[in-house]
Write a protein that binds this ligand. Sequence first.
Ligand SMILES: Cc1cc2nc3c(=O)[nH]c(=O)nc-3n(C[C@H](O)[C@H](O)[C@H](O)COP(=O)(O)OP(=O)(O)OC[C@H]3O[C@@H](n4cnc5c(N)ncnc54)[C@H](O)[C@@H]3O)c2cc1C
Length: 319
Amino acid sequence: MREVIIIGSGPAGFTAAIYAARAELTPLLFASQVSMGGELMNTTDVENFPGFPEGIQGPDLMQKMQEQAERFGTEVVYDDISEVDFTGEIKRLTDTNGTVHEARSVIFATGSAYRKLGVEGEERLSGHGVSWCATCDGFFFRDKTIAVVGGGDSAMEEATFLTRFAKKVYVIHRRDSLKASKIMQQRAFDNEKIEFIWNSEVAEIHGESSADRLTLRNTVDGTESELPIEGLFVAVGNDPRTHLVHGKLDLTDEGTIAVEGRSSQTSASGVFAAGDVIDPSYRQAVTAAASGTVAALDAERYLAALDGAAQPEAAAVAG
Ligand SMILES: Cc1cc2nc3c(=O)[nH]c(=O)nc-3n(C[C@H](O)[C@H](O)[C@H](O)COP(=O)(O)OP(=O)(O)OC[C@H]3O[C@@H](n4cnc5c(N)ncnc54)[C@H](O)[C@@H]3O)c2cc1C
């Protein structure tokens, strides 16, 4: 049986592993079969992670985090957890081969997935002009013409934020009115750099080495048109990866795993959660990493408290 099992290999999971391993809890980390390394594997330059003044490629950063976690004794398994049982004091996690792994504590760091458009060119040009995060990538689009897809609060926030850098921001929305709150809408309407393209969806993203043109389809009459751009931000929603814990852990109204205050304590004793799966607001590599630290420290204290509670009895027996 393990002291701690970590599910997820993004910045939250690996940072939790570094702390847990250095506390000699010899963590077992499930890194996933197909998407090991988390969201940063899908990007190129990361310029806002402290300690890398020249920036670092997303996959290189994740490789370094993994090496650091392994250096202190983390065991990494390239498999997914497909089922969890948090009911007893011993937690039981089943992998995709059906093997059951037991642990005294679990750190759940499965991240969240930005919704994709599912159109031709999107995967290929991800990190090459196509982005899901204005905070992360807006800086790369100084004086460029870019487009934002979406009609909710986050799309308006991204579009307004991007006008700090871009010379022009198109907002492409499939309807003729927005879902965003009135105040966010007004802020975008008032911004001279923003132009709305209504009743339209992106049908294809073009570009050789970087996105340079969109095919738009009119959602009313189906006609197609071309829009030259230098960047595209997709802001059509985000889904925390919580399907494993539905009905097992409390969730928030935003769909993230609920934790107590600033801690990582979930609604199940001995189960801690960290990173984007608990975060509806910030969703950055450094905030996920910090949250992984909190989870490892919480797990360590939880285990120490269990051991402390067990010791007086053991002492009494020995005496
Ligand atoms: C294109 C892109 C660019 C970005 N650029 C930046 C940037 O420049 N700077 C920045 O700070 N942030 C950036 N971000 C945001 C950043 O990547 C996330 O905030 C961060 O990765 C969240 O870390 P996490 O550990 O919580 O989750 P993730 O990174 O999402 O990692 C979770 C991992 O858990 C795995 N997992 C899920 N379920 C299971 C399971 N059942 N079993 C095993 N494994 C499982 C997933 O497959 C995934 O590998 C970017 C995001 C994207 C999408």
